[in-house]
Structure formats: C-alpha cells, structure tokens
Design a protein around this ligand. Sequence first.
Ligand code: NCD
Length: 309
Amino acid sequence: MLKGRHLIDPMDLTVEELESVFELADKIIENPGEYTEVCKGKLLSTCFYEPSTRTRLSFEAAMLRLGGQVLGFSSAENSSAAKGESVRDTMMTIASYADICAMRHPKEGAPKVAALNSTIPVINGGDGGHQHPTQTLADLLTIRALRGKLTDFTIGICGDLKFGRTVHSLIKALSRYENIKFVLISPEELKIPDYIREEILIKKGMGFQEIERLEDVMSELDILYMTRVQKERFFNEADYVRLKDSYILDKDKMSMAKQDMAVLHPLPRVNEISVEIDSDPRAAYFKQAKYGMFVRMALIMKLLGVEKC
Ligand code: NCD
C-alpha cells in the first residue's frame, strides 16, 4: 500500500510498487478521460525553493488533470523562507492546508526533514545535488515504453555525474533490475560521487565503466542519458565555464550510435544536445517530459489512496 507514504529517495519504492505506479500510468495514458475527477476536493501544495519548469508544472498539471487543485510557491523569496522560517515550520503549516506536498529545495535532505514533520505525503521534487526520485519515475516509464522492459540494456550516462541528482536517483533505481550495464561518461572533475560508486554500483555488483570520451562508447549504448552541467552547484564560475561544453551531442556522434538507441535528457538542455537532434526519431526527451506528467498523476493517486470509481 502506498497510501499515506512519502517519496524522498528512489529506494522508498520497491520494484513491485514501482510497477504498480507504471501500470496505473499506462491506464491513465490509455484513458485519461476516466481520471478527470478522481482527486476532486483534494489539494496539492508545490513548495519550490528552487527554479523549475517541468517538475513543478507537471505536478500541477497532473493534479489539475485529476480534478484536484493546487497551491504553492515557486521560489524561496515568495515564501516565509525569505523571513527565516525553517522547512519544519513551513511543512507543519502546509500539512494543515493541503492533502499532499511536492517540495524542491537547494539543501540536500530538506524534503526528508519536511516528511519527518508532516502528516501528509511529501514528495521530493529534487534536493540539492542529491536525489530526484520523480524524475526517475519519468525516466523509467519512458525506458519501459520504448523497450517494453526495464532489464537487459547498456545505458550511457553523460555529463555532470557529480552534481546531477537525476543521475544519482536513476542509478539507484536501476540497480534493482537485471542485467543493466552503466557507462559513466564525464570529465574527471564531474565523476559520480563515491557514495553512489561504492554503496550502489560496487556493493550491488553492477557492471560499470567510467570514461571521458563519448565517442569511444557510442556504438555500444542502448540508451544515452545526457545531462546538463549543473551551474548552480559550482563554487566558482571559471570551473563552470571550463566544463560546461564538455559534451555536445550532434549528428556526427549520433551517426555512430545504434539505429534504435534512445536519447534521454531530464531537461532543461543548455548546449549538450544540438537542436538538430530533436528531429531524429531516437530523441526521446520531450516524450520523457510528457511521461513525467502521467507518472506523477499515478503517483499522486497512489499516495492519496485514490481509486478510480
Ligand atoms: C533536473 C533537475 O532539476 O535536477 N530537471 C528536471 O527536474 N527535469 C535536471 C537539471 O536541472 O539539469
């Protein structure tokens, strides 16, 4: 049962629970008209202390499409955080206004603190450079739709593996599926954090390699997950400027890839995927954003314990 639970880390959901969310998302995609009133009378609060387009708006679109309503704030400056209020106190207040809350915060662990002080389900919409479990739901639903399964593939993850929270959550979640191989492509300075390498990849005996050049592995990949260099997490501008264009996926590189390789990206993109790739049938990132809304509809229903009448 997912009713009343929080989603802070991708491991909060078992593989079976994930599958139940994906199955509900499939049903919603097939028959959206049957779900337009299931959350009538329910309120989602979006507490976003950091910028967002897809995550916040897909949460809001999801709740509105389910017949519920939304309220919230989209920056710390628009909330009492600007006056010095703690996440704990904000959450204790929101819990008496809304039925469910999605929170994004620049500090790692803030949504967890909120969950520990909340009587309503709290969903982590991204905490600093740590985790982003609902992006992972979107990523997995996309892979499952494209390949028909979540097993037996080689996935290249390219870009900012150090600060990219979507990367950390995706690796954690995929570590529970059979025969997944990771190729981790990044500059030396942006390699995957030790806690992911040691606690997940090595401990779980995953096949993985860490390399710097995308060209060297392009032809082996079934999925390529591109990421943005996370400017807002850098301590100095010069490092960001030096690293920001480390990878640019263009037609030349795509010509080395398998005919059915899928290109994913959590978005926003800066320069890392050339716009000319958007019309390549292997580009799946805008589809992925759409799946993000459907999977959040399913998640909201599950956490609220709402059934289709
Ligand atoms: C990601 C994030 O916020 O971590 N965006 C998203 O939620 N789709 C990726 C990013 O900002 O690079």
